[in-house]
Design a binder for this molecule. Structure first.
Ligand code: ZN
Ligand code: ZN
Length: 411
């Protein structure tokens, strides 16, 4: 088991920095049964921070699998009213949410994928009001992770279960800037300051485009949308409470122009898509669209990803992460976006984030598209950062500003 003090620190971080629980607020803790120990600690810390009431939503991937397996399509689509009412209560009472992820890879293996899809759609439709509320930052929310033996064995296949679980815990603590020596809250305050500072510098420049080059053969020009906003790190609710949606987080990200991407990009980490690992791949873009690509492994999976829908062969996100960040240094493939997308500079095929345009969260899709917003039902991040990544920003006046040198920020 991981050291108690580290679990305490992570729980405290989730409450104070992640959700930033306010006095007399209701706190929802979404917890998988694998994460019992940390969920209990989060609950205690939330009360200590002044929560009026803490409601823990336990979820179990195994019993969830049984419901998918045995319930009819009709039952799966019929979302009980009490489930909806419960979420309504959270929204109406301004509850904040702390979600703990601890995935069991392969838990739904062999289950009819149509049933999974249909159940997923029914639930997202019924609970859309809740999602919109949270994604619109009407209240604070955060995500942290907890190790479990199944996930750990996938990340560290050569270790026995106990060692692997411990190793994954250590990787999670390290990535989340939790250790015995330092004050994690202070570390996060410092870290947030740096992320916000980079957002501010990049926002002030309002670069017309970014040019990425490295020795692997990446030579890519990305035009950014007009009035783009760099985000990352701390966010603010509509009522003015700051919070950190992800622990860990390392990225500063914004919106590429859908039709403004040209050149070649070479991926530097494998991409896990629908359970298949695409390895050693590169892509070529012309006016935003992927026109050529190859992969040493799972080329056909990459093809499926690109052909998912119209928008999935265009980009929706460009994110900058220094080579010296702790997740990058750990050099571990977590098979989980919360970690993997924070390991390296990345791009995402598919849907862009409206918040990356000034006033974008209040715009209709049609209006966003006028700016160069890419719409898609998918959003898949892939890593292309490297130790020697060079990034130059080109201003609207044609001035060149060095942003990254030797894999790290120089502004
Ligand atoms: Zn990202
Ligand atoms: Zn992304």
């Amino acid at each position: 088991m991981p050291k108690d003090i580290l679990l305490e620190k992570l729980a405290n971080l989730a409450v104070k920095i992640g959700a930033n629980v306010q006095k007399d607020q209701i706190v929802v803790v979404n917890a998988p049964t694998e994460a019992q120990e940390i969920a209990r600690k989060v609950t205690k810390h939330a009360y200590e921070a002044g929560a009026k009431r803490v409601i823990v939503n336990w979820r179990d991937d195994i019993t969830n699998r049984y419901s998918l397996e045995y319930e009819t399509l009709e039952t799966l689509q019929d979302i009980p009213q009490f489930s909806i009412d419960k979420m309504r209560y959270f929204v109406n009472n301004g509850a904040c949410v702390i979600s703990i992820v601890s995935p069991i890879p392969g838990a739904n293996k062999g289950v009819d994928s149509n049933k999974i899809q249909v159940a997923g759609i029914a639930s997202s439709k019924a609970l859309n009001f809740y999602r919109e509320h949270m994604m619109g930052n009407k209240s604070q929310w955060t995500i942290i992770a907890a190790s479990n033996p199944v996930w750990a064995k996938k990340v560290f296949p050569d270790m026995d279960e106990t060692k692997a679980t411990e190793a994954l815990w250590n990787a999670i603590f390290h990535a989340s800037r939790v250790n015995e020596e330092t004050d994690s809250i202070e570390e996060w305050n410092k870290h947030n300051k740096q992320l916000i500072n980079h957002n501010k510098i990049l926002n002030d420049y309002q670069f017309d485009s970014l040019h990425f080059t490295n020795s692997l053969g990446t030579d890519l020009s990305i035009k950014l949308v007009e009035n783009h906003v760099w985000s990352g790190g701390q966010e603010k609710t509509t009522t003015g409470v700051v919070f950190n949606p992800n622990i860990p987080t390392e990225e500063n990200f914004t919106m590429p122009h859908k039709f403004g991407v040209n050149g070649k990009v070479v991926a530097t980490k494998p991409l896990d898509y629908q359970g298949n690992l695409i390895e050693d791949f590169w892509l070529e873009f012309k006016d935003g669209k992927v026109v050529n690509f190859d992969a040493k492994k799972e080329r056909s999976t990459l093809k499926n990803l690109l052909e998912f829908d119209e928008g999935s062969s265009y980009l929706g996100e460009v994110a900058l992460i220094g080579y010296n960040s702790p997740i990058s240094q750990a050099n571990i493939l977590f098979f989980n976006t919360l970690f993997d997308e924070n390991a390296s500079c990345h791009l995402a095929f598919g849907r862009a984030y409206p918040m990356n345009i000034k006033g974008g969260t209040g715009m209709e899709i049609k209006e966003l598209e006028k700016y160069g917003y890419n719409n898609s039902m998918s959003h898949s991040d892939f890593m292309f950062g490297s130790k020697d990544m060079n990034i130059v920003g080109i201003t609207k006046e044609g001035e060149k500003i060095q942003i990254f040198k030797g894999g790290n920020f120089v502004i």
